[in-house]
Design a protein around this ligand. Structure first.
Ligand code: GUN
Ligand code: FE
Length: 448
């Protein structure tokens, strides 16, 4: 096995692979051989018999034959505030709009200080990688240089990332934490230009209006235009709480709905991901479907801030793309395994309220955490599962890892049970290795 962060070029891995496909929520591939090419892409996946034909003569040959071990695709966090990591797990005693004013804006204002930013951003990228997040869609803050630094840190540590410099020109509570519409437009263009100039292979900019209550129509218009002209991703928040929905109605009285506010500023595209969406109407979900925009389901945050319980089944029935998000620090956990658990919990809470409810299965949620997230971020051409031609973004899981939290005497029930076990009781101790685009990024190699 690679001794350090070397590319997994021409490697062949023999073992069990658990992944989601477009047709099957969880597909188990036992006793397979998976080849990774020099660019970190999956070159082949086949059974033992095919190996003679396919396998590279000079390959590393890795055999995983412990019954508690398997590979799964890396998880995709479709919504996380890197800048809020510094207070994750605290300050969850207020509803959203007060919480933003009391805790979030004062903390985010600190990212003017690049050393403060470097410290927190290094910690959050390392922590999420260690917990199996191979792709993260980040909110930073309004500060361009600190946001660029987040992009650099993700690149240096090997995480695939969409990074957003936050845009907001309305803030009545902390007047120094906002921009003018012109500044925001100018700095967004600078952010995009400078980030693209770095040519980081796995890091992309994402146009990031914070949410409608923090943005004037003028600013939303600028941002829609920037995204359109540069064919960029877009992220924001929508219909997280009922109070917020009422506020948007007040602030934007001439629009049909909250969704219409974004739509009429060209901010709903097939590269848009909107966080929460707990209180969207059927008509709004139809607009999501028509535009190809997706939803980031953030169950920890939705419960922690008492925002609402998103009915994921309803969203899926509308054929709207949906991924999972941790929404640190509205959500207190940066782990996508937590997002999986909370998604199942919320679905079960909805089932308690209505016994006829069609509860999400573990398999469906496994798909949402991996392939679903890649689809929600329009990255599934290259990531999300173990299809030939995609980048090898993968977790080597061992449910029986020494010192880990799972204390089963008898493993050997098969990979379906082992993957379920990871989702219900596992943590980062069970994620023994993490690969992004064929490169091992966890365990970290400390450089002198
Ligand atoms: N809506 C606008 N900004 C935020 C934020 O930082 N966190 C959450 N959860 N919702 C938001
Ligand atoms: Fe958020």
């Amino acid at each position: 096995w690679c001794a350090e962060n070397c590319p997994l070029s021409s490697a062949t891995i023999k073992g069990t692979f658990v992944h989601a496909t477009y047709h099957t929520a969880v597909e188990i591939l036992e006793d397979r051989l998976l080849g990774v090419d020099t660019e970190g892409k999956i070159a082949f996946i086949g059974s033992g018999k095919e190996v003679d034909r396919l396998y590279y003569p000079k390959a590393h040959f890795v055999v995983i034959d412990v019954c508690s071990e398997f590979f799964m695709p890396g998880m995709v966090d479709t919504h996380i505030h890197a800048s809020q990591y510094s207070y994750a797990g605290t300050a969850l005693d207020m509803p959203l709009l007060q919480w933003l004013n009391m805790y979030t804006f004062p903390v985010e204002a600190c990212y003017k200080d690049l050393e403060f930013a470097r410290n927190v951003y290094t910690h959050v990228v390392k922590r999420t990688l260690r917990n199996g997040t191979t792709t993260a869609c980040y909110f930073a803050t309004i500060h361009t240089d600190a946001s660029l630094l987040l992009g650099q840190i993700a690149n240096d540590l090997g995480q695939r990332a969409l990074v957003g410099k936050v845009c907001m020109d309305t803030n009545n509570f902390i007047p120094h934490y906002k921009e003018t519409p012109d500044e925001s437009e100018l700095e967004t263009n600078r952010f995009i230009g400078e980030l693209l100039k770095k040519k980081y292979p796995l890091v992309r900019p994402v146009v990031t209006p914070r949410f409608a209550p923090s943005c004037s129509a003028t600013l939303l218009g600028h941002l829609g235009e920037i995204a359109q002209n540069n064919d960029l991703h877009i992220q924001s928040h929508i219909s997280e709480t009922k109070e917020e929905v009422s506020l948007v109605k007040e602030l934007f009285p001439d629009y049909d709905s909250y969704t219409d506010v974004y739509h009429r500023h060209n901010l709903l595209t097939d590269k848009t991901v909107m966080a929460h969406g707990c209180h969207l109407t059927d008509g709004e979900l139809k607009l999501f479907r028509e535009t190809g925009a997706s939803i980031a389901h953030c169950p920890n945050s939705n419960i922690s801030l008492c925002s609402g319980m998103l009915d994921v089944r309803r969203v899926l029935n509308h054929k709207v793309k949906l991924g999972l998000g941790t929404d640190v620090a509205g959500g207190y956990s940066p782990s996508m395994l937590d997002a999986v658990r909370r998604t199942l919990d919320t679905s079960k809470a909805l089932t308690i309220q209505d016994t006829q409810y069609h509860t999400l299965t573990f398999e469906e949620v496994f798909r949402l955490a991996t392939l679903g997230g890649s689809q929600a971020l329009s990255l599934d051409e290259n990531t999300g599962n173990f299809e030939v031609g995609k980048d090898f973004d993968a977790l080597r899981v061992n449910t029986d890892a020494a010192g880990g939290p799972i204390d089963l005497i008898n493993h050997g029930e098969g990979p379906k049970v082992e993957s379920n076990l990871l989702a219900s009781s596992g943590d980062d101790r069970n994620i023994v290795e993490v690969y992004v685009a064929g490169k091992r990024v966890v365990p970290f190699v400390e450089r002198p």
